[in-house]
Design a protein around this ligand. Sequence first.
Ligand SMILES: *Cc1c(COP(=O)(O)O)cnc(C)c1O
Length: 386
Amino acid sequence: MKSYSEALEELRRNGRLRQLTETESGKSHIVRDGMPMLNLSSNDYLGIAQEESLWRAFLEETPPERLLPSAASSRLLTGNHPAYTRLEELLTQLYDRPAALVFNSGYHANSGILPAIADNRTLILADKLIHASLIDGLHLGHAPYIRYRHNDYQHLEALLREKAHNFDTVIIATESIFSMDGDICDLPRLIALKREFPNVMLYVDEAHAIGVRGQHGLGLCEEYDCIANIDMLVVTFGKAIASVGAALLCNRDIKEWLVNTMRPFIFTTALPPINVEWTYYVLSHLDAMNDKRRYLAAIAQRVNDAITRCKGETGSRSHIVPYIIGDAAEAQAEAVRMQRLGFYLMPVRPPTVPAGTSRLRISLHAACHNADIERLIAALTQRDEV
Ligand SMILES: *Cc1c(COP(=O)(O)O)cnc(C)c1O
């Protein structure tokens, strides 16, 4: 490799250098360089990460001996604190599935599960727009894989008809809500497709949907009443759940196999019990957060309708709404303009999204006030009148 400084300079020239910017965050705003801005780039979709009353209640209600700040070893050694079992039991109850296994993060889960469960007699068919952690899972494993065109189930079906009989198992991997476009996969259609083949399993990542969708906040799988039909359901706790970690809902054999073979499960120190207890606490209060879910859905609809009126269909079916600008430099300029107006929005440009579809990604959360939303819509649409 040429020198790091030259390589960095090239990134800088191409406008692709990533930097860590110190950020102070409050309930719905962040402060950068002394300037408060409405945070529209957060994954704290229910707005509970900053809800002081909730974590104060958690600390008061939980006995101090359960609030250990470190597990001090892997779960397979001496780190298997009762908190993990309690959380896994809660998850199996909530989702009514045979087994749950907790991981340190969604990244650990997605990069480790596929390599552990798929050998070279397994074919993985993965949506073109899956998250980087799943892509790493594809690369780290030994199973052949094909990426089907995003949400294109005719393409997926053609691949299944052509290839499925050549393999012991086929795994279809998708997200439920996609992070860049805020569109969703068609779970009933995927399940119907899976049923046409004797050897197909479904892997669904609900990172952006847990907490937010479904009557009890369990995700899109609950909204579509199909939890039991998803063989491997990944949920993560760092977004709407305002914690850290992830879990897989699956059958008992898959869980036991992962405990025996999954490297990012075996070779890492388990999450600190205090975090696991907090996840448990938030999940046990999720049912009571329907007002937040409804409010988030309502403001998402308003922002989506407003953008649709001035730009055409956004394609979003969730609280993540893309505002497509097209040109990468223009998207950057628009992000700067919106930040000056007090809205913290980030431009998303190639290679993260296809050329010509650079955009602002609006990630709404339940701590946005109605007045914030009115101002946001005015600021966005003002540009189109110029
Ligand atoms: C954020 C995200 C992850 C990673 O989860 P972490 O717990 O933050 O590591 C995995 N999948 C998707 C779709 C995500 O958006």
